[in-house]
Design a protein around this ligand. Structure first.
Ligand code: ATP
Ligand code: MG
Length: 284
């Protein structure tokens, strides 16, 4: 049984559970307990605060974990990042009062910076030769300058809305983060190794499918060549006959980012009844 450490509640929770569900992992329905087995796959989930996930994996309490890269780097535990997971994207940034005149990093010399990420911050300051005073607080970092507790903050930013409402401006991005799957260097039994390989394979399939769409449309036969030319990078789209012999149905998979451009081009050459479907998994 492979043990996966995940966040028990918070910003990682929903998408972590969504990913595992997409990978076909169903949980035994139990009331909130620390350890929950799956009923159809040999894994169990260990629900923790995100702060505790890197250490739980490093010590072998869990075999793998899902946590923000920001926490991985801050906690300095011996873990390996097995793969990025593409959700909970945010950045760790330095922010200062909106009205301050900022010319560059030297601004921080002699200043007091409030943060929940002292390790990442100190490494950054040291690397850039800045002599600032790091003040560790565990939450509500963004209010620190407003109440005179610090001159600046180093904190998680995603939309930047929190900064604006606290009269702060982001001046330096230090780290881009997202959720990652982490593992350790411990010996994994053959059974666990097999489960982990299967889990990684399924995550890969889910991630590949996320960026793709399945497209169906009706095309006049005489325009088929033009339609095939528009569908990019597809070896050979599926073409099915329709009751009306002058028309056929074309099916193809395409990259989400090309979607609207391709649809416009398809409409221009006479494609009709275009359907766009999500793909749940894709094994290449
Ligand atoms: P816990 O109670 O587990 O310690 P927490 O309060 O420390 O939770 P959350 O706010 O739930 O942490 O954030 C968890 C992780 O989600 C962060 O470490 C970061 O990687 C990511 N994250 C945080 N804020 C955002 C955001 N606004 N947008 C996207 N991702 C975010
Ligand atoms: Mg936390």
């Amino acid at each position: 049984m492979l043990r996966i450490a995940v966040q028990s509640k918070g910003r990682l929770y929903e998408e972590t559970m969504e990913l595992l569900k997409s990978a076909g992992i169903k949980l035994v329905a139990v009331k909130r307990t620390l350890l929950v087995p799956s009923r159809n796959f040999p894994v169990e989930l260990l629900f923790l605060r995100d702060d505790d996930i890197p250490a739980s994996v490093a010590t072998g309490t869990a075999d793998v974990g899902i946590v923000g890269l920001n926490e991985v780097l801050e906690k300095k535990q011996y873990v390996n990042v097995l793969r990025p997971l593409g959700f909970s994207k945010c950045r760790l940034s330095l922010a200062i009062p909106k009205e301050a005149d900022y010319q560059g990093l030297e601004w921080f010399n002699g200043k007091k910076i409030a943060t929940s990420y002292p390790n990442v911050l100190n490494e950054f300051l040291e690397k850039n030769g800045i002599d600032a005073d790091t003040h560790e607080i565990s939450g509500s970092v963004e209010v620190a300058p407003g109440i005179g507790l610090a001159d600046a903050i180093f904190d998680i930013v995603s939309s930047g809305g929190t900064l604006v409402s606290n009269n702060l401006k982001e001046v330096e991005t230090v780290l881009s983060s997202e959720a990652v799957l982490i593992g350790n260097n411990m010996y994994l039994s053959d059974d666990k190794r097999e489960v982990l390989d299967e889990l990684m394979f399924r995550i890969e399939a889910v991630k590949t499918a996320e960026k793709k769409k399945y497209l169906l449309m009706n095309v006049p036969r005489e325009r088929l060549d033009q339609v095939i030319e528009i569908l990019p990078g597809i070896k050979s789209p599926t073409i099915l006959p329709l009751a009306d012999e002058k028309w056929c149905s074309v099916h193809a998979v395409l990259e989400e980012k090309q979607l609207w451009e391709v649809i416009n081009n398809l409409k221009n050459v006479g494609a009709e009844g275009i359907l766009v479907l999500n793909i749940e998994e894709m094994v290449i």
